[in-house]
Design a protein around this ligand. Structure first.
Ligand SMILES: [Zn+2]
Length: 385
């Protein structure tokens, strides 16, 4: 099995706790770090020392916590430029790449159109893209060891393999091994929705939440869950997949083989299929179906309404299971939220149980670069054991 060559930066639990808190929340004093981690101040000082020596942390200028308060404290902060991380999202027709710093701020972007989905040609383009990104500043070339790649489908993160990606037509592709050989970087491959969720949980809407869910709508319906502050991977690397919850046993067949999955009703392809079938207009494009719905065509409107209900029931199911503090709805389907947003909200409200239903849904349209940033956030995680 493929293993990353780069060693984790931190190994001891105290160092891991200090680095992860500072990454997610910004500068904190040693006293605050001790309070938050339950460790002693001595243990915090000991854990921070090697990270300061290596240039990952620095001390900010002393500040008094309150007028007349005792000794001033020097908060500890991440040094964002100490190391850079490349993230690449492989979409259906394009590679989106970013260089991020330690705080997952995007410092450079680049892209490549995909001519086909052959793993070898995608891998070659990916290596080219990484080269371009690293050449955009000398510091990137000098201080980048890790690359994260986000792919749709069933991904074996530990083994660096894409087990199955319906969108790319891939089965058992050893992507990490291929790209490590061509770039020399330590590569982590993750499911794209999980990668986006990691970024949103660490650096976006989900910061500070212990229970959090992200749902993406569009060509596919994806979701990922954070429970107790950790991304849920499940025993098999597949967990929290709302898209394949069956919400209608009499519904259409899904490409996964099951019947009535949320994705089989609510993906943009499924909506288009329903409009084509209902209107007899076999050559209709998705944008035309959207226009018809906006113009009030009853068949098109009902296809979006049904999709919205399926998504709402799916999200309610997730919320009833894990009780998140917040659910973020994103993905390219956010662009048609005017057509099914109310149906999502109504079905969600009707199917959530008790207090779990107080969890707000926030719509957050995220550009493709954010998905690449998610891949870079996965690469940042490689610093941890
Ligand atoms: Zn399915």
């Amino acid at each position: 099995m493929f293993r990353n060559q780069a060693q984790p930066l931190v190994t001891a639990p105290a160092e891991t706790a200090v680095l992860s808190l500072l990454l997610a929340e910004g500068p904190l004093s040693r006293v605050e770090l001790a309070r938050r981690t339950g460790l002693s101040s001595t243990a915090i000082t000991k854990a921070a020392r090697p990270l300061i020596d290596d240039g990952y942390l620095h001390e900010l200028a002393p500040e008094r916590t309150a007028p007349g308060a005792g000794r001033p404290v020097n908060p500890l902060a991440i040094t964002p430029d100490r190391e850079f991380f490349v993230g690449v999202k492989i979409s259906d027709d394009r590679l989106f790449g970013v260089v991020c710093d330690l705080r997952a701020r995007v410092r450079a972007t680049a892209g490549r159109p995909l001519a086909d989905h052959q793993p070898e040609s995608v891998g070659a383009l990916l290596a080219e893209l990484v080269d371009e990104l690293l050449d955009s500043a000398p510091a990137f070339r000098d201080r980048t060891r890790h690359l994260g790649i986000a792919v749709s489908g069933d991904v074996d993160r530990g083994g660096g393999r894409v087990r199955f990606s319906g969108r790319l037509g891939w089965r058992d592709v050893p992507l990490a091994e291929m790209v490590t050989a061509s770039t020399g970087l330590a590569v982590t491959v993750e499911n794209d929705v999980k990668a986006l969720t990691i970024a949103e949980h660490w650096f976006g809407e989900g910061v500070g939440t212990g229970y959090f869910a992200l749902v993406t709508i569009g060509a596919g319906i994806g979701s990922a869950l954070v429970v107790n502050g950790q991304l849920v991977t499940g025993a098999h690397g597949v967990a929290g997949e709302m898209g394949h919850i069956s919400v209608d046993p009499a519904g259409p067949r899904c490409r996964c083989g099951s019947v009535g999955c949320v994705e089989a009703i609510a993906s943009s392809g499924a909506i288009l299929e329903a409009v084509r079938r209902g209107t007899g207009l076999g050559g209709l494009a998705f944008e035309e179906a959207v226009e018809m719905a906006r113009d009030g065509d009853p068949v098109a409107r009902e296809a979006f309404a049904r999709a919205g209900r399926a998504i709402g029931v799916g999200i309610a199911t997730l919320v009833n299971l894990i009780g998140p503090e917040r659910v973020v709805v994103s993905g390219e389907g956010a662009g048609t939220y005017d057509l099914f947003g109310q149906h999502i909200k109504d079905a969600y409200a009707a199917h959530t149980f008790g207090a779990a239903g107080t969890c707000p849904l926030s719509l957050r349209p995220l550009p493709w670069e954010e998905w690449a940033r998610g891949a870079a956030a996965v690469a940042v995680q490689a610093l941890f054991p």
